[in-house]
Design a protein around this ligand. Structure first.
Ligand code: NAD
Length: 278
């Protein structure tokens, strides 16, 4: 289903309170959203945000147990969803995931690529196996899920694809060379997707979080020196919560973001703006 496109004409005769209202602009009613990493902190909260805006959900994660908790929550609130477990290290997982989504709900309107893994090590101790595993989950799967989704969306009027990247797409961090390289590559691929797929009314964007509090980043927060390093540099001096990504996700997913493509929205408490002296 095509996302709504606001009137392009200017002038008083086109003013309309209904189509300017948040409830209309941000609505995902009758739309289907696929979320990978749905068992995680960010994926779980984004699934809840998308459901709250009216979307049907396809939840995917390698960890079925984590998805189970979200399933119970959503079932009790009458949300229409399915769970499709997938290990994104598998080369055919993107095709299967999108095929299953379309088979169940006929079309796919929104994709959120939130699954990721990380292992923090100095470059001297990174081997090709670790490199390939992180690449496959964080870059290859997101790239091919987007590609498979595009092949479906171009036949159903368009859609919105949201890749979750990181401040690490922009800056280097000690011990995070592989994850950072692939997040930067995903941000770059997003731009080409935007360019190639705009003709199908498919928008592709990134959300680039700073340091949040989730299972992926907990080891950083538990390390006193690293936690202090982050807090000293982040103007807002606190970890972000994964729920604080919902607003940007709904903007990019819905008609409210109908002219946003190829962009990256930083949600980092001001980290990349610069740091306070003390
Ligand atoms: N937490 C942060 O501070 C932070 C910062 C910047 C970016 N991010 C990004 O946010 C996104 C979500 O991360 P999160 O913080 O919610 O972490 P998380 O660990 O809570 O969630 C990640 C999810 O991805 C799933 N996953 C891992 N390997 C998989 C595989 N092989 N196949 C399928 N699923 C797999 C995990 O099971 C997990 O549920 C990621 O893309 C991450 O890079 C997080």
């Amino acid at each position: 289903m095509p996302l709504s496109i606001a009137a392009t004409e200017d002038g008083a005769e086109y003013w309309d309170l209904t189509s300017a209202a948040p409830g209309y602009l941000f609505s995902l009613r009758d739309m289907t959203a696929l979320i990978t990493g749905a068992g995680g902190g960010v994926g779980g909260w984004l699934a809840i945000g998308l459901a709250a805006a009216g979307a049907r959900l396809v939840l995917s994660d390698v960890n079925e147990e984590l998805c189970g908790r979200l399933s119970n929550f959503l079932s009790n609130r009458g949300v229409d969803f399915i769970v499709v477990p997938a290990d994104l290290r598998e080369v055919d997982a993107p095709r299967q995931l999108v095929a299953r989504s379309v088979e169940r709900y006929e079309a796919l309107d929104v994709v959120v690529n939130a699954a990721a893994m990380n292992e923090r090590r100095p470059i001297a101790s990174v081997g090709t196996d670790l490199w390939t595993e992180i690449a496959n989950v964080n870059l290859r799967s997101a790239y091919f899920i987007a590609r498979e989704a595009m092949l479906s969306m171009r036949n159903s009027g368009g859609g919105s694809i949201i890749n979750i990247t990181s401040v690490n797409s922009e800056i280097g961090l000690e011990d995070v060379s592989v994850y950072g390289a692939h997040k930067a590559a995903l941000a770059q691929a997003t731009k080409t997707m935007c360019i190639e797929w705009a003709k199908y009314n498919i928008r592709v964007n990134c959300i680039a979080p700073g340091f949040l509090m989730t299972s992926l980043s907990r080891p950083l927060w538990l390390d006193e020196d690293r936690a202090k390093w982050i807090l000293d540099r982040c103007p807002m001096r606190r970890p972000g919560a994964p729920s604080e990504l919902i607003g940007a996700c709904l903007l990019l997913a819905s008609g409210a973001g109908s002219f946003i493509s190829g962009s990256s929205i930083l949600i980092d408490g001001g980290l990349l703006a610069g740091s306070p002296w003390k």
